[in-house]
Design a protein around this ligand. Structure first.
Ligand SMILES: *Cc1c(COP(=O)(O)O)cnc(C)c1O
Length: 425
């Protein structure tokens, strides 16, 4: 029966059988993922109970949004989950880059220095920081930037970091996920070690973690190991696929207050910001997120095992522990990454009939091809694949609101490579 419906969707028996054999060997790993999901599900429910989430929290506010109980309670729920003093969780944070920008610009002042001890940050942050000159960058406001690259084995350059910290260093930005790079993703434990090292040298420095794609992958978050702020996007993990927009900043009361003064304005801070009726989606998405993240992780591990078996370099590899939901597959040619993305697109519930094409996306320094048939535009907790059209021709694959959809997408990506003659059995 299963073969029949896969056949109807254009998948050959050879491809299904190859993939199912791989899945059979992943039972133990999938079990481990389910255990983490169970823990995080309970953590989220407990936070909702402790903060007395009620039906009244789902009511819409408009205009100034004064006394938006749903918004304020949701921020308390986020603060509880991340074990932080405060949170800013807003639809007015338009995306992850914006949330990071608000966290940075709210907490940095002219003359301060920003340090990244984990190499070059995510592409879109280059314009924000001013690594790539841009209108309105932190550099234009007199904030300088310093970077210490990871060592060639992916570990921290502790000597270099020590040398880089100076009297101007105000904020350290640590990106948990690899993003569009082939460096390893950092475990929360590793992030904790880095923060402890930095705080030992300069105790009052603000340690911020770009937590995009990392939420609920482990049972602890960077705020459990000393981060002063964690920042992320609601159209990634913690929105559970239901949040239609938004970002979050959790952390110390002061850091969050500083960010809120930048998001709205000095004096108004967290007091304004109507939620226009989307609160229920933000709560319900957060509630589902641990299970959605588990499905996405299973998809990532499934893809790693399939493509590694076919002789491609995959990061992380088939057996490595996971610290984010991203899987990269180095497909070695533009044709292969385009076919992979077409396969993902064709497996989508939405826009399955369109063909993805590379384009010059704002904020990126090369053409990028993106496959996504999403209910929420650009949502990358939904099954999606992105690939910058540049060496080493790696595709970055993530998401899937259900494991079965992730599985179909990966199988279909392989079918496309087979159809194009790039993979032969
Ligand atoms: C996605 C992502 C961002 C930016 O988020 P957008 O919502 O795309 O603006 C920043 N950092 C990392 C590591 C990301 O994965």
């Amino acid at each position: 029966m299963i073969h029949e419906i896969y056949n109807k969707m254009g998948i050959d028996n050879k491809v299904i059988d190859f993939c199912n054999d791989i899945e059979k060997n992943l039972k133990e790993r999938f079990n481990d993922i389910d255990t983490i999901a169970e823990y995080n599900q309970l953590k989220v429910i407990k936070a909702m109970q402790d903060n007395k989430v009620s039906d009244a929290c789902f009511a819409a506010t408009t205009g100034y949004g004064y006394n938006d109980m749903g918004r304020d309670t949701l921020e308390d729920v986020y603060a509880s989950i991340f074990h932080c003093e405060a949170a800013l969780v807003r639809p007015q944070l338009t995306c992850g880059t914006h949330a990071l920008t608000i966290a940075l610009s709210g907490n940095l002042r002219p003359g301060d220095e920003l340090l990244s001890p984990v190499g070059k940050p995510y592409d879109t942050l280059e314009s924000v920081i001013g690594i790539r000159p841009a209108n309105g960058s932190l550099a234009e406001y007199g904030v300088s930037y310093r970077q210490v690259d990871l060592l060639s084995d992916g570990s921290f350059d502790y000597e270099g970091i020590k040398r880089a910290i100076n009297e101007k260093t105000k904020l350290v930005t640590i990106q948990r996920s690899k993003g569009y790079a082939t460096r390893p993703t950092l475990s929360v434990e590793k992030i904790g070690e880095l923060i402890a090292f930095i705080k030992n040298i300069k105790p009052d420095v603000i340690c911020m973690v770009d937590n995009c794609y990392g939420e609920f992958v482990e049972t602890i978050e960077p705020s459990d190991v000393g981060a002063d702020m964690c920042v992320g996007s609601l159209i990634k993990n913690p929105g559970g696929g239901l949040a239609p927009i938004g970002g979050y900043i959790v952390g110390t009361k002061q850091c969050v207050e500083n960010a809120a003064c930048r998001l709205t304005c000095p004096g108004l801070a967290k007091e304004v910001g109507a939620t226009l009726g989307i609160n229920q989606s933000l709560y319900q998405g957060l509630f589902l997120s641990p299970v959605v993240v588990a499905g996405a992780l299973k998809g990532a591990i499934f893809a790693a095992n399939i493509y590694e078996k076919l002789g491609y370099k995959v990061v992380p590899d088939s057996t490595e522990p996971r610290y984010d939901i991203i899987q990269s597959v180095v497909l070695r040619s533009p044709e292969a990454i385009i076919e992979f993305c077409k396969g993902i697109q064709k497996a989508a519930p939405v826009d399955s009939f369109v063909t993805p094409e590379p384009w010059a996306m704002p904020g990126y320094d090369s053409d990028v091809i993106m496959a996504a048939g999403a209910f929420v535009q650009g949502s990358s907790i939904e099954l999606s694949a992105d690939a910058p059209i540049k060496e080493p021709y790696a595709v970055y694959f993530q998401g899937g609101l259900t494991w079965y959809h992730s599985k179909l997408g990966i199988i279909n990506s392989l079918q496309h490579l087979v159809n194009a003659g790039i993979v032969t059995f």
